[in-house]
Design a protein around this ligand. Structure first.
Ligand code: UTP
Length: 270
């Protein structure tokens, strides 16, 4: 399936990255030499998207937009149109995606959380497009450890996994190990059909009082309209201080190779 539009929600509060995010939006925190969100836009462009709808907050949204548009287009991003849309209040990830409805209209769309960066050389959006069905949304999944079952949305499988693909009957946000319906978690890459928008419109606030994307995915599953793709790689999570550090090391090694590797060895004492 060809997908021309990508929605990138970037309007969250970023409380886990305080004090860095007191003024600077989380999406503009630097990883090696570019802001986190640029990796997401580059990933969407590599997957063939020609439009990136970035959901930004009212106060700092203009900075995100400026990053992509000052002094002409960024190299490698000449072909993708940046379209900001404002989420006036951080009512939740589901609400942020819903804000993109008028720009997406009736098209299928990739959704990428800018907090998650794919490791160098890894791309999952083409896999989602490969297993897509015009009538079904596809979620990228990974196997979770016990501790992670309290931090992610976890899916209810509706079929066996075959060649990394399974049908999904629903999803639960942050269930914890006791109530988790499986060990397969939602990891911030999706290919949605526009059917998600009317569902989001009716989704009530859930866990944490936020309008949860996971609850809308649950409804898609209930209707038999959700499929999962189990990725064989982790994404880098730059939404926490330790995650940001780890991502900087992984991407720094890719960028600077042996020079940086020797520095790390020296710091680690071997
Ligand atoms: P997170 O829950 O990780 O982001 O949302 P957050 O709320 O910014 O983080 P903390 O918990 O306060 O540290 C995942 C993604 O959804 C976006 C965020 O920007 C992030 O990319 N998001 C979340 C929105 O765009 N709007 C929201 O209301 C909530």
């Amino acid at each position: 399936m060809d997908v021309e539009v990508a929605v990138i929600p970037a309007a969250g509060r970023g409380t886990r990255m305080r004090p860095a995010t007191r003024v600077v939006p989380k999406a503009l925190l630097t990883v090696v030499d570019r802001p986190a969100i640029q990796y997401a836009v580059e990933e969407a462009a590599r997957a063939g998207a020609s439009e990136a709808v970035i959901v930004v907050d009212l106060d700092t949204g203009h900075l995100v937009q400026q990053h992509f548009l000052v002094e002409g287009r960024l190299p490698g991003l000449e072909e993708i149109r940046i379209r900001p849309v404002v989420q006036e209040e951080p009512l939740g990830l589901g609400h942020a995606v819903w804000e993109a409805r008028e720009m997406v209209r009736d098209r299928p769309f990739f959704c990428l959380l800018a907090d998650n960066i794919t490791p160098p050389g890894v791309d999952v959006l083409p896999q989602l497009a490969r297993v897509a069905d015009p009538d079904k949304s596809v979620m990228c999944l990974r196997r979770l450890s016990d501790e992670m079952l309290s931090a992610y949305g976890v899916v209810i499988p509706a079929s066996e996994e075959e060649d990394a693909v399974l049908e999904i009957a629903g999803a639960v946000e942050k269930p914890g190990p006791k109530d988790a319906p499986s060990r397969l978690g939602l990891i911030g890459r999706y290919l949605f059909t526009p059917e998600i928008f009317p569902i989001l419109e009716k989704t009530e606030p859930g866990v944490g009082g936020e309008i949860q994307l996971t609850d809308a995915i649950h409804e898609l599953g209930r209707r038999g309209k959700a499929r999962g793709y189990v990725a064989d790689t982790d994404l880098l999570d730059v939404g926490t201080p330790l995650g940001l550090l780890e991502a900087s090391v992984v991407l720094g090694l890719d960028r600077f190779g042996d020079e940086f590797r020797s520095f790390l060895k020296e710091v680690c004492g071997h």
